[in-house]
Design a protein. Structure first.
Length: 312
């Protein structure tokens, strides 16, 4: 069996910006002294006149991005998720969200897979924060192909977009000719009749592996990739609830305010069904190798499998 290609979605972000920048002269990339880590350095090398290093001043960077957007530019403000959604929340809300400006936020190093950088940098609350801002679109791609598609889709959207990218290399799972990225639409990756697993971001590939393990036990699991957290695909959620009954959400994010909450909100209003939220359970992360942390917090295939089996 050929080895599965693995690419970190932060790398995909940098490459997509270069590809898009070649076509779109109004695209400007901003960074907060982290171009090497966010991978926007490749854009800086290709288009130095369209890259602005704002220094370690994320709040200022959001304000600059807001101003550029009012001058006909399409700015992509880039930094770690902890700083984009956390440190600069007020500026994102008041300077970008409130006037509904055309600013794109590239947030890298999200979730506990940041690893050794520890709890201070492992942002498991960013989706929850961004979901509360009116008019904000949120993309959380699962692999290289989806990440690049999300960047290009973000450019086409008129209004603020928050994109979440990871540090850890993840398997490329969408490398098929039929794949298309449609904002706001979930993707059926595996059909099933007994349960449905809604996954987003890094755990999508792990959820597919967990579904294979469940199949060995005679459990038919449907796996749906929710790459757009907001607006969420209500239709695919309601359909799964009616057809499979038992539902699970999997996210490398707090179960409070993220995918699990978003799915629960849809179910409570339209199709009540049993739901189990799998993710970071009201705790901070810790320092350690990314894969070991994912295993400890039960967000790898084995952990997802065990948590689902315990509920069946």
């Amino acid at each position: 069996m050929a080895e599965v290609k693995k690419i970190a979605t932060r790398d995909s972000y940098g490459q997509a910006l270069v590809e898009l920048g070649t076509e779109k002269e109004d695209l400007i990339v901003l960074d907060a002294d982290l171009a090497a880590a966010t991978k926007t350095a490749v854009f800086k090398k290709a288009f130095p006149e369209r890259h602005i290093d704002c220094g370690i001043a994320e709040a200022d960077m959001m304000g600059i991005a807001a101003g550029l957007s009012t001058c006909g530019k399409v700015p992509f403000a880039s930094t770690f998720a902890m700083f984009a959604a956390g440190r600069a929340y007020e500026q994102v809300r008041n300077s970008i969200g409130y006037p509904h400006l055309n600013v794109k936020i590239g947030a890298t190093h999200a979730g506990i897979s940041v690893g050794e950088d520890g709890a201070s940098h492992q942002c498991n609350e960013d989706i929850a924060l961004m979901r509360t801002i009116p008019g904000m679109t949120i993309f959380n791609p699962s692999d290289d192909i989806e990440a690049k598609a999300a960047v290009k889709a973000a450019y086409e959207i008129d209004g603020p977009v928050y994109m979440r990218f990871g540090r850890l290399a993840v398997p490329v799972i969408n490398d098929n000719p039929d794949y298309t990225f449609v904002p706001g639409k979930g993707v059926l990756l595996r059909d099933g009749t007994d349960i449905t697993i809604f996954a987003t971001g890094l755990p999508v590939s792990e959820s597919l592996q967990a579904a294979e393990m469940l199949a060995q036990d005679g459990v038919s699991a449907r796996v749906i990739n929710i790459h757009t957290i907001k607006p969420i695909d209500e239709e695919i959620i309601v359909k799964a609830a009616k057809e499979t009954g038992k539902l699970f959400t999997v996210e490398e994010h707090s179960i409070i305010g993220g995918l699990g909450s978003a799915v629960a909100e849809v179910l409570s209003e339209q199709a009540p069904a049993p739901l189990t939220r799998i993710g970071v359970r009201d705790t901070f992360g810790e320092s350690g190798p990314a894969k070991e942390l994912l295993h400890k917090y039960k967000l790898d295939a084995e952990g997802i499998y065990e948590q689902i089996k315990a509920k069946l």
